[in-house]
Ligand binder design. Sequence first.
Ligand SMILES: CC(C)(COP(=O)(O)OP(=O)(O)OC[C@H]1O[C@@H](n2cnc3c(N)ncnc32)[C@H](O)[C@@H]1O)[C@@H](O)C(=O)NCCC(=O)NCCS
Ligand SMILES: Nc1ncnc2c1ncn2[C@@H]1O[C@H](COP(=O)(O)OP(=O)(O)OP(=O)(O)O)[C@@H](O)[C@H]1O
Length: 208
Amino acid sequence: MRILGLTGGIGMGKSTVARMLRRAGFPVFDADAAVHALQAPGGRALPAIGRLVPGSVRDGMLDRAVLRRAAVADRAVLKGLERIIHPMVRQERDRFLARARRAGHSWAVLDVPLLFETGGDRLCDRVAVVSAPPEVQAYRVARRRGMAPAEVAAVIARQMPDREKRRRADDVIRTGLSRNDTMRRVRRLVARLRAEDGMRLRAEGKTP
Ligand SMILES: CC(C)(COP(=O)(O)OP(=O)(O)OC[C@H]1O[C@@H](n2cnc3c(N)ncnc32)[C@H](O)[C@@H]1O)[C@@H](O)C(=O)NCCC(=O)NCCS
Ligand SMILES: Nc1ncnc2c1ncn2[C@@H]1O[C@H](COP(=O)(O)OP(=O)(O)OP(=O)(O)O)[C@@H](O)[C@H]1O
């Protein structure tokens, strides 16, 4: 089984592309969803987060806005949060990969916002970066999340610059135009992945 890493900055359209890949039949690991599950009521990460940011967990419920404000305001809080969350996400990811392997998939997709920042790309056979112009990114984030412009800027500043991600990518999927255009680009990526399957089977002396 080969691994496709899917990454991109906040609001670049990563989840949309991940959904399209899932619909095309690929198993997709969603790191943001794994984080949310770890932070949901009863989630494994809650006790440690409650100790890190007193007042962020009340009656067994995490107040994400409180945690986000604390993490954006103080780099040490964000680092502490990452130290709690990232090892747990890696564990979930490895379980997902084992399941996908057992199910006999030829590709599995890791949808991880901080793929390069956390070295997750080393596990991948190929990395696709989802990208849109900065003004489109800012507009999408502000519209969907209702984050203050300063908060948006702080999150973006903590991620690897889009230019650097694109430089490291095997594939760049532009999402600045219409959804149909994004869909066409995803189809082209899927065709490249399938072509790689064919080449590999032929190299192993098996005809696809
Ligand atoms: C800071 C938190 C509470 C903000 O919650 P919120 O509901 O506002 O955002 P959500 O979790 O949906 O994340 C949205 C986007 O923010 C960006 N982001 C999240 N965490 C980080 C981080 N540590 N560094 C840089 N960008 C981040 C990503 O682009 C992500 O897709 C939350 O993101 C969190 O707990 N982050 C720490 C865990 C982490 O590193 N997650 C990244 C995926 S591995
Ligand atoms: N052509 C397009 N391709 C992808 N997304 C688009 C497009 N046009 C508009 N959008 C919108 O952009 C927004 C951001 O997309 P998405 O949620 O996929 O981003 P993301 O990279 O997963 O963001 P986040 O890191 O904030 O979760 C969504 O509301 C989506 O509907």
